[in-house]
Structures are given as structure tokens and as C-alpha cells.
Write a protein that binds this ligand. Structure first.
Ligand SMILES: Nc1ncnc2c1ncn2[C@@H]1O[C@H](COP(=O)(O)OP(=O)(O)O)[C@@H](O)[C@H]1O
Ligand SMILES: [Mg+2]
Length: 293
């Protein structure tokens, strides 16, 4: 990816690439990064220290698929998602992010994608429907009339299983409201309001019990099947959650890729580690064990 710190646009694509105009269609993109490196700069009065966070990360998130970015805490999952989504002010980044084969600028990526951060940022006093309508009015094209916006919000509430709490105030630390799982669903719903072609989620299951986590990942799988490219980071999923992923990219400490490929290729990959005893471990634990060897 080419974007520099401070949100500047990436360097222009090679001459052979056609310019990104008109913008990519909002549905069904494939994100490819090739290779991404990210470096954070920490300045004090006398020194400028650079820490490399990601090293030669290559990977693909396929259209209509559920791709998981796995790895231990501190491996660089959030950093990689930020590099791909080009949302937050970033560190020095080298590499290219391609969407449907073309280098993708920050502006285009922000226009065609949604980003669900790790921690829910929701207004406690609004109901679920009020909050989603607010987002729809703010972010949907002005040409869309209010009836269509209401219909879209209604459909999202139904698809995400939020009907039961649609008229409930979201709540906060002072006022009881939605459960943790429902709040996560509202955060996802908020991004679906603009029908993004790509959906990034940073640890959507962290802090949830395993049944709720499974149901959220199932819902994300459904969203993917409808044509969205879904890319989520996840620390250590249960085996049944892991089996829902179409594609996985595993990072180890130091921001290196341990494995990148289809979920169905994982057992064969781990069998190669038979001497190290990986086959006796569940797949997810084996990956985490691998980075320590
Ligand atoms: N701005 C920064 N300055 C210094 N170190 C950073 C910065 N951002 C991230 N890091 C470091 O990069 C590593 C990866 O962080 P992160 O992407 O948050 O990991 P993960 O999401 O996998 O837990 C961590 O060691 C973190 O401390
Ligand atoms: Mg993280």
C-alpha cells in the first residue's frame, strides 16, 4: 500500500493501470494487499525511533467470502486492518492495496468500505432504530428518499436479528440497555446502512460469550454470501467459529505471515508440522503455538 502518514493520497498507479474513474461499483470487491509494511515513528526530543510493525504481508480477501485475520495479541492485526481500510491516520506504510486488481486510494477505499472498530461507539439514549436512521440520513445519498431509508434500516434490523430490541434505548454505563452481543450487531448494522462492498471488523467477537460470538460470525457469513467482502480480525476463535471462515491469514508476533490461504488447506498445512505435534492440537491453538516455535 502506498499511503503515507497524515492521510496523503498514495502515489499514482503505474502507467499501465487505468485511473480509478468512475469509482468502483459499491458491491462485491476483492481486496488484495501486496506486500504491506507499516512502521510507526515515535519521536522524543533527541531521537526519532522507528518500529516496524508489519513485514511483507501479502494476502487476499475474496469477494462474497469471510476472511479472518488471526494472530496473538500484538501481532499487528489492527495495524493491518487500518492499513487496508485506510481509515485512521497511519504510520509510514509501504506496499500496494488493490481492489479488483487496481491500486486503491484512501478516498476510494473509504467510499466503498465500512469499518467496525473493536470498541462500540454508540449513543446510549437513542433506540436502535433511531440510531440507524440517523446514520442513514447522514450517510446515504441525498437523492434517497426517507421512505427508502426507513425500509433499508428495517431490512438491516431484520437481517441482523435486532427486531426484538429495535425500539430499545442502546444504553451505556449509567443506564441499562442492550446486551454486549446486541451492541456489536448495532455497530455492524451502522456500517451496513451504506451497503459497503467491503466490510472491515476489528475483533467483532472479543468480550462476547462463545455462543454469541458464533452467532455474530454466522451473521457476518450471511452478509458475505450476499456479495460483500468481509475481513475481520480475531484473536483465538473456537474451532466451530474457525470453520465458518473461507479464508485465513495468520500473523505471528513481529507482523509476519505464518499462513495465508483457504481454511480447507489448513489441516494439510498443519500436518506438515507433525514432528512438532501440531496435529494433536486444535487448529487454532496450533497456529498460535506455531509462532512461538
Ligand atoms: N503508533 C504506534 N507506535 C508504536 N507501536 C505501535 C503503534 N501502533 C501499534 N504499535 C505496536 O505494534 C504492534 C501491533 O499492534 P496491533 O496492530 O494493535 O496488534 P493486534 O491488533 O494484533 O493486537 C504492538 O506491539 C503495538 O504495540
Ligand atoms: Mg488489535
Amino acid at each position: 500500500m502506498d499511503e503515507e502518514a497524515g492521510g496523503q493520497e498514495p502515489v499514482s498507479p503505474p502507467r499501465s493501470e487505468p485511473p480509478l474513474s468512475p469509482p468502483l461499483s459499491p458491491r462485491g470487491q476483492t481486496v488484495v494487499s501486496r506486500p504491506v509494511e507499516s512502521t510507526a515513528t515515535e519521536e522524543d526530543r533527541t531521537h526519532s525511533l522507528e518500529t516496524q510493525i508489519l513485514r511483507e504481508v501479502n494476502g487476499t480477501a475474496r469477494r462474497a467470502g469471510l476472511t479472518a485475520l488471526m494472530g496473538p495479541s500484538g501481532a499487528g492485526k489492527t495495524s493491518l486492518l487500518d492499513c487496508l481500510a485506510q481509515r485512521k491516520p497511519m504510520h509510514r506504510v509501504e506496499g500496494i492495496v488493490r481492489v479488483n486488481g487496481r491500486p486503491c486510494s484512501g478516498t476510494t477505499m473509504r467510499a466503498v468500505s465500512g469499518y467496525v472498530p473493536q470498541h462500540d461507539v454508540l449513543p446510549g439514549v437513542l433506540t436502535v432504530r433511531e440510531h440507524l436512521l440517523f446514520h442513514a440520513r447522514l450517510r446515504c445519498p441525498p437523492s434517497m428518499d426517507d421512505r427508502d431509508r426507513r425500509q433499508r434500516v428495517h431490512d438491516i434490523i431484520t437481517n441482523l436479528g435486532l427486531t426484538k430490541c429495535a425500539e430499545t434505548q442502546i444504553g451505556n454505563e449509567f443506564k441499562r440497555g442492550l446486551s454486549g452481543g446486541e451492541k456489536r450487531r448495532v455497530s455492524v448494522a451502522e456500517e451496513l446502512v451504506v451497503e459497503p462492498g467491503i466490510l472491515f471488523l476489528d475483533e467483532p467477537t472479543t468480550g462476547l460469550d462463545s455462543t454469541t460470538a458464533l452467532s455474530i460470525v454466522r451473521t457476518l457469513g450471511d452478509i458475505a454470501r450476499r456479495g460483500t467482502t468481509v475481513l475481520l480480525s480475531i484473536h483465538q476463535p473456537r474451532e466451530d467459529i474457525f470453520n465458518l471462515f473461507d479464508h485465513v491469514l495468520v500473523l505471528c508476533e513481529g507482523g509476519r505471515v505464518v499462513f495465508e490461504g483457504q481454511t480447507m488447506a489448513v489441516p494439510a498445512f498443519l500436518r506438515r508440522g507433525v514432528d512438532m505435534g501440531f496435529v494433536r492440537l486444535p487448529k487454532v491453538d496450533a497456529f498460535l503455538h506455531l509462532q512461538a516455535v
